[in-house]
Design a protein around this ligand. Structure first.
Ligand code: AGP
Length: 351
């Protein structure tokens, strides 16, 4: 087992260190003909629903930012809720983008079957090409992050984002909103991000280790806005799984609409600096108002308490989730927890 972990003490840490190579593998394994087919299906759809659970749902939420900026309104719904959500809208012409790293999650398979019965086309995105999801899909795109052993998902999340961003970019080719140059640019940006992340990982790990010392509290918040809002949700999920710490992820502005009352002296609030410039003013005001309450603010940005890698706005969810994964991991180590196998949790939830 030590050999399988490549010298790391846990699979989770090893898999975080796998992220740079997984990003490249995921991009290069996507075949042009399947991307073209999948993107044509999405472009021609009557309506598009993105479904998944947990981490896969959070990746799906990020994709809604990619699709909305190319003029496509998609609906992101938990696969657990989909059977009770707007089923009357699902018929021939509907497209379901189903995301599941295992490809076996019951909620996803159940929802896919219901949608198929109603005539929808299924576009699967999975890390397991022999899975039930792959079999049930009309077309699927592989995540190709390599096997992920730790129950808390890390590299499959960042690689799923690559798949979704690539799919959205190809979809925009059909409307003329993007051209081949954008595809080229995306490849360069992914390569650069991968390079920078592998250089910076040891430093981020050190920073996370130091900060984990301070945030060992009963509860904490993780917050951001814009395309990094789903990263706040995903970060909070990692804290629950890897460090068994109650954590809530929330949209930055929403912090002021209730959650702030629970914050007091020393309450940890992890803020991911939003990537959208227009949020800067609001971000500064909110930081000030929570600082005034004496909360312990931990910032994640280029110049934050944990310094992330510079990248384009659309890829910041990848650079920003890594410090949160590391922080949750380090906190779990500090508490002596079974990080790779959190109690009561399994890799694929089959019920
Ligand atoms: C991720 O860290 C969790 N273990 C969990 O939320 C997971 O993402 C969810 O169960 C969905 O799994 P899937 O992607 O294999 O369908």
């Amino acid at each position: 087992e030590i050999a399988e972990k490549g010298g790391f003490s846990h699979f989770m840490l090893k898999e975080i260190y796998d992220i740079p190579s997984a990003l490249i593998n995921s991009y290069t394994s996507l075949m042009e003909k399947y991307l073209t087919l999948a993107s044509m299906i999405v472009y021609g759809a009557k309506n598009v629903y993105v479904i998944g659970n947990g981490t896969s749902l959070h990746a799906g939420l990020i994709s809604s930012y990619y699709f909305s900026e190319i003029g496509l309104n998609i609906n992101v719904v938990s696969a657990a809720e989909f059977p009770y959500y707007a089923l009357d809208n699902i018929s021939t012409g509907s497209v379901i983008i189903a995301i599941s790293q295992s490809g076996e999650t019951t909620d996803v398979i159940r929802s896919v079957k219901i949608a198929k019965q109603r005539g929808a086309v299924i576009l699967g995105i999975t890390n397991s090409v022999g899975s039930r999801l792959a079999l049930e899909s009309n077309v699927y795109l592989p995540i190709t992050a390599g096997p992920e052993m730790a129950v808390p998902a890390t590299k499959t999340f960042t690689s799923t984002i690559v798949v979704l961003k690539t799919l959205a970019t190809y979809t925009a080719l059909h409307s003329g909103k993007k051209d081949k140059k954008d595809i080229e640019e995306l490849r360069n940006n992914i390569e650069e991000l991968s390079k920078q992340v592998s250089i910076k990982l040891p430093e981020m790990e050190k920073q996370a280790e130091n900060i984990a010392e301070k945030i060992e509290k009963e509860s904490l918040y993780v917050s951001s806005s814009g395309i990094n809002y789903p990263i706040a949700l995903e970060g909070a999920l990692k804290f629950k799984e890897a460090s068994m710490t109650h954590a809530e992820g929330m949209q930055l502005g929403e912090l002021l609409h209730g959650p702030i009352v629970l914050t007091n002296k020393g309450y940890p609030i992890i803020l991911i600096k939003p990537a959208e410039e227009q949020t800067e003013d609001l971000y500064n005001k909110i930081v000030k108002s929570i600082k005034d309450r004496g909360s312990m603010i931990i910032t994640i940005s280029n110049e934050g308490d944990i310094t992330t890698v510079n990248t384009t706005r659309d890829l910041t969810p990848i650079s920003n989730i890594i410090p949160l994964q590391l922080l949750a991991y380090k906190l779990g180590v500090k508490k002596g927890l079974p990080i790779d196998t959190p109690p009561g949790l399994v890799k694929a939830v089959i019920i």
